[in-house]
Design a protein around this ligand. Structure first.
Ligand SMILES: O=P(O)(O)OC[C@H](O)CO
Length: 418
């Protein structure tokens, strides 16, 4: 039996489900054994894989979050492009089976898919229906705009229904990158970096500045509670404990919400928008991760990887993973299967992510982003946001500084890879 190592970043409920999927594959055939290993957060997993590659100890497959795409694409000798792998191993692979929003993010300039979509998400809004009711709000109506969200938060706090209006995971992904796409504002030049390494960040425009200024004000007033850097690990517990009535995070936070929010009813909504911004709401962008195949393994293992990828993207496996986790149904077949099963009707709110990501045809501003060194830029975004919250700098200053620091990282990347 040939063993295939798969390093991943799925913890908690998602990790348990991932292991179940792998066990299903291993039981379905006897030639290959996939061995999943949890390596921590997305950043930790990617860092570990890069270090392992340098030491010649890399796994065959590693899960990399969407913002690592620019870096992985440039690591030409280290990566075995998925379209190439599938072709070399004689495995059927139809890119057009995947949703356009997903394919567009992971293809090279010739339209070839470089990594295997597995878990694509988009941020949505979760809210506590019981708290809404206690505050005299309609439990069946999520706030549509930031104005409503502020108003609802005030009502919730004044009525004593909860201590805090809202919290959020991923300041970078939700409150800056998706905020920009959702309002059709550019994140960077050259089509948010898709057009070449010579791109620059432009995320310090008036819409972003106004939003960060609001977040800082709402934090001071207690309407908003910060959930920490990166994925915002402190945000989910605030929602589960009914401290904050609303919570913005990945559609795949649903698995955790379903498992942990046992004492109250959960409602789902799209991300709020500013109704005075032309073109909003546009469409949200994807997050989550794809599976990258690394070079340096014997052909036998790659045969197994190709076989495993076919299994992973089957409609049954994808529909099951999507329905359990809240990740998007990444293939049309998985989406159709869910509809045939009556899944979305029986589980209101579970199609919010897919509706939001396809709300309008993506523009240059809203099809995603691709920058080199973006994992480091994510840290810069967190640092500048924390400076804003501590009152060290105002919103425009924080955004100007992050653009300047981020552009320096992009220039370094361009110099090394251009
Ligand atoms: O929590 P996930 O897996 O949906 O990922 C969120 C962000 O896209 C990470 O960059």
């Amino acid at each position: 039996q040939t063993e295939i190592q798969w390093w991943h970043a799925m913890g908690g409920e998602l990790g348990t489900k991932l292991e179940e999927i792998v066990a299903g594959y291993n039981a379905s055939q006897s030639d290959y054994k996939v061995v999943p290993t949890y390596k921590g957060s997305y950043t930790e997993t990617m860092t570990a894989a890069i270090a392992a590659f340098r030491a010649g100890e890399q796994p065959a497959v590693v899960q990399v979050f969407e913002v690592g795409t620019g870096t992985m694409m440039a690591a030409e000798g280290a990566v075995y492009p998925v379209y190439q792998l599938m072709e070399d191993m004689g495995e059927d692979f139809d890119q057009s089976a995947f949703l356009p929003a997903v394919v567009g993010y992971y293809t090279d300039t010739d339209g070839n898919m470089l990594s295997m979509p597995f878990n694509s998400s988009t941020p949505i809004l979760y809210y506590n229906k019981d708290v809404f009711e206690k505050a005299g709000l309609d439990p069946d109506a999520a706030p549509k705009t930031w104005g409503e969200l502020e108003d609802f938060s005030n009502k919730i706090m004044e009525s004593g229904a909860a201590n805090c209006g809202f919290t959020t995971g991923w300041i970078s992904w939700v409150q800056l990158e998706n905020l920009s796409a959702w309002h059709n504002q550019p994140i960077g030049t050259l089509e948010n970096g898709f057009g070449g390494l010579g791109t620059e960040l432009t995320v310090n425009g008036p819409v972003q500045a106004k939003h960060w200024e609001n977040l800082a004000k709402w934090q001071q007033d207690g309407l908003f509670q910060y959930g920490g850097p990166g994925g915002g690990a402190d945000s989910a517990p605030k929602f589960y404990a009914q401290e904050c009535a609303m919570y913005m995070n990945s559609s795949a936070s649903r698995a955790g919400v379903v498992a942990n929010a046992q004492d109250f009813e959960v409602g789902y909504g799209m991300l709020p928008y500013y109704d005075d911004v032309d073109g909003a709401p546009q469409n949200s962008i994807i997050g989550g991760a794809t599976l990258w195949v690394l070079q340096g393994h014997p052909e036998e293992e790659y045969k197994g990887v190709a076989d495993f990828f076919t299994y992973l993207s089957s409609a049954e496996v994808q529909a099951d993973w999507h329905q359990f986790s809240g990740y998007l149904p990444i293939t049309q077949a998985a989406y159709d299967l869910g509809r045939e099963q009556g899944y979305y009707e029986a589980n209101p709110g579970t199609d919010i992510g897919i509706r939001q990501i396809t709300l309008n045809a993506p523009t240059e501003n809203s099809k995603g982003l691709r920058f080199g060194n973006y994992v480091q830029i994510r840290n810069v975004i967190d640092e500048e946001f924390q400076r804003l919250l501590s009152g060290e700098v105002d919103a425009q200053g924080a955004l100007d500084s992050l653009v300047e620091r981020g552009n320096a990282l992009i220039r370094d990347f361009e110099a090394a890879n251009g």
